[in-house]
Design a protein around this ligand. Structure first.
Ligand SMILES: [Zn+2]
Length: 450
């Protein structure tokens, strides 16, 4: 089984669907950023919304009927965070359902920002939102959808503690910047001094990350002026600079970025060797989402040439090579990434995926074991290890892993399809058919029967 093949095929179909006019109207009303994007990003956002809206389970609570307006508004705000992102966390895959309340729901479920609740909620749990609060955000500087999905990014490494999954270099820089800025915000909040960053970010480091993410997408120009290092770090993390597309009043005042290295050129576009090559990575990310892997690879090759010690570029390069079916090179590149940083979970995940894709499932087990020791309920790693065991004809082990993957992600269609394959290989037609049907129910693009 090739990991993610079904999902990729399905997403390609979804992205190719026409974007309804009515949905554009919802974007115009509720997502002002959407109107400001350059054409490539505008297309990416709409394609992302098509996938996000289709893949999530939408649940209206307290009598709220879910409409396209609600779906599109939430999907587009969440997908703002992904404009520069590449796989493997393209569409908040860990979030299977979005629960929407008409008004405040704090009384009924204990509050979206209660640490205990979030601690349980991050791992394949739902995101819970209030529609009235989302509507209020049109007139303030808050963005509750960005806030909640920033928490989801933070939690991807297994802990929602204000530090999203980062390469070692990114991590060190974030620690230094966030420590200083967080202390300053706590001080301002205690003294009641005006602050661009919402006081709520002074609650704890997890809220700090969510609050600065909101500010980054809602008030980028002010943030870049008042918190320049914090802003630059977030621009690298999110792999784009909202000032480029938010034509707000202060746009003209943007400072010229000093070039700290000579620019290099890929495909007629100039990229500078800024700290984390964010512009080049963002460009490559867009190319990957549109299936232009050769062009993306050219960028990664160039970055790797200029900065061979960057673990992330080797991992991304590995992933792209794998898409191009250049498996041996993909594996070499993935090994190189881990040699540079063996503590980075996404690097491990990418190497495991590349190995499974190359049919070297046995070799992938070490990385998957590493990921599962770090987080035993990592449904993505469980699914991938289940696929690897299927590939190795270890169907009993595959079923054990897939049972746990499904326990943690009960609406994950691909996991049922993979488990159906395991039951089928063991000759259990009845269970195979049941799982296949369930996969089809969850995702009609998967066949109902083998
Ligand atoms: Zn929060």
């Amino acid at each position: 089984m090739i990991f993610g093949w079904l999902k990729r095929r399905r997403r390609t179909k979804l992205r190719a669907r026409p974007f309804p006019d009515a949905w554009d109207a919802h974007l115009a009303t509720h997502v002002p950023q959407a109107a400001q994007l350059p054409p490539t990003l505008a297309r990416k956002l709409r394609e992302d919304v098509l996938v996000f809206a289709a893949e999530k389970t939408w649940v209206g609570c307290n009598g709220l009927a879910i409409t396209d307006e609600i779906r599109v508004t939430i999907a587009a705000n969440a997908c703002l965070l992904l404009l520069g992102a590449t796989r493997p966390h393209h569409y908040f895959d860990g979030v299977l359902s979005v629960l929407v309340y008409p008004d405040s729901f704090r009384g009924s479920v204990g509050g979206d920002d209660d640490a205990e609740t979030m601690g349980e909620a991050w791992q394949h749990g739902p995101v819970i939102l209030s529609w009235s609060e989302i509507l209020d955000n049109r007139t303030d500087d808050r963005n509750v959808v960005v806030h909640e999905f920033a928490h989801q990014l933070d939690g991807l490494d297994g802990e929602m503690e204000g530090i999203p999954p980062l390469s070692r270099q990114q991590h060190e820089r974030w620690e230094a910047i966030a420590d200083r800025e967080y202390r300053e915000l706590v001080g301002r909040a205690e003294r009641g001094e005006p602050s661009l960053l919402d006081y709520y970010g002074a609650e704890n480091r997890a809220e700090f990350f969510a609050v600065v993410s909101e500010c980054f997408f809602e008030r980028p120009s002010e943030m870049a002026r008042e918190h320049d290092e914090l802003f630059d770090w977030l621009a690298q993390f999110y792999r784009h600079d909202p000032r480029d597309w938010l034509r707000d009043a202060s746009r003209g005042a943007r400072d010229e970025e000093p070039e700290d290295d000579a620019p290099y050129e890929v495909d007629g576009e100039q990229f500078s060797l800024g700290a984390d090559h964010d512009a080049a990575f963002a460009r490559a990310a867009i190319l990957e989402t549109t299936g232009e892997y050769e062009a993306a690879l050219a960028i990664y090759d160039e970055v790797a040439l200029h900065d061979p010690d960057d673990a992330e570029v080797w991992a991304r390069r590995a992933s792209t090579l794998s898409e191009l079916e250049r498996d041996d090179e993909a594996i070499d590149s993935a090994h190189r990434s881990i040699e540079l940083d063996d503590t980075w979970a996404d690097g491990r995940r990418i190497r495991a995926r590349v190995l499974v894709h190359a049919g070297k499932s046995r070799d992938a087990l070490a990385d998957l074991g590493w990921l599962l020791r770090a987080n035993p309920e990592d449904a993505d790693a469980l699914y991938l290890r289940g696929s690897a065991h299927n590939d190795l004809n270890e169907h009993g082990r595959a079923i054990a892993d897939l049972n746990r993957a499904i326990k943690n992600a009960p609406n994950w269609a691909d996991a049922y399809a993979e488990r159906a394959a395991a039951w089928r290989a063991r000759g259990d037609r009845r269970r195979a058919d049941a799982d296949q049907r369930r996969a089809h129910e969850l995702d009609p693009t998967i066949d109902a029967a083998d």
